[in-house]
Design a protein around this ligand. Structure first.
Ligand code: NAP
Length: 234
């Protein structure tokens, strides 16, 4: 029996890119996936594909809206008595030259989806996670938010800052939940998704594979940053 059979997985941003590829792998392995998307048509299209592979529960959630994380948590609570994996994957990126080009308002907007939504979902689902089997949280970050990247590059500063903050949030939750829930960050690599763009060297499926790898690490690994199963520096 593979390790994911029967697992109850909450996955944000399941409609395309890394999330869609990860959902395919976990469903094919016999897991159940509660997957969110922001766009109704894309969510429906993804659900048709994913339900061919297994038990996929689609849920519409736009994390630009403050009420969305609570709605997700309520729907998950109505569905399952426990959660084994929370995969905070959905994020937005704006790629402009510097702070002057991105302006002040963008941080508020991106903070909600990239940082506050993962935090609120963790906060609201922790009661179900502690009842799960070797429960885990994976926060999908980016090498673009590593300290080294911040020292060397100043483009897309808003995105970089949200991912840097997500790393800190991951460490804090890992400390809070030590021995109860493993909490780690994933850098999926630079990939040809809508977010990564057409020049990326990797394929979306590589990101799905790295999500699988981080979820297959020994459960005792927590509070760290990973590129698949290779530890990297925050
Ligand atoms: N691709 C890369 O090169 C790369 C590199 C490093 C890190 N990452 C990280 O990997 C993760 C997945 O990225 P990706 O490349 O797969 O992105 P993507 O192809 O653009 O997909 C983004 C997913 O997130 C959802 N989403 C976006 N904004 C949302 C919002 N405001 N509220 C709710 N859902 C929202 C989208 O739903 P809809 O389809 O409904 O819009 C979609 O399912 C992100 O955390 C990203 O930062 C990606």
């Amino acid at each position: 029996m593979n390790a994911f059979k029967g697992k109850r997985i909450v996955l944000t941003g399941a409609t395309r890119g890394v999330g869609f590829e990860a959902a395919k792998l976990f469903l094919a392995a016999g897991a159940q996936v509660f997957g969110t998307g922001r766009d109704q048509a894309r969510l429906q299209k993804a659900a048709i594909e994913l339900q061919k592979l297994g038990q996929f529960y689609p849920f519409l959630a736009d994390f630009d809206k403050p009420e969305a994380p609570a709605e997700v948590a309520a729907a998950v609570t109505a569905l399952w008595p426990a959660v084994d994996l929370l995969l905070n994957n959905a994020a937005v990126q704006t790629h402009k030259k510097d702070w002057a080009a991105e302006g002040l308002d963008l941080l508020n907007e991106q903070w909600r989806c990239n940082v506050f939504a993962p935090h609120e979902l963790t906060f609201r689902l922790v009661g179900l996670l502690v009842k799960g089997v070797e429960p885990r949280i994976v926060n999908v970050s980016s090498g673009a938010g590593s300290i080294q990247a911040l020292r060397n590059s100043s483009d897309m500063p808003t995105y970089r800052l949200t991912k840097y903050a997500l790393g800190g949030m991951t460490i804090l939750w890992a400390t809070t939940l030590k021995g109860k829930v493993a909490v780690n960050c994933l850098d999926p690599g630079w990939l040809k998704t809508d977010l990564g763009g057409p020049n990326a060297p990797g394929e979306p499926a590589d990101g799905g594979q790295r999500m699988w790898e981080i979820c297959s690490l020994p459960w005792t690994e927590t509070g760290k940053f990973w590129h698949g199963n290779r530890e990297i520096a925050f």
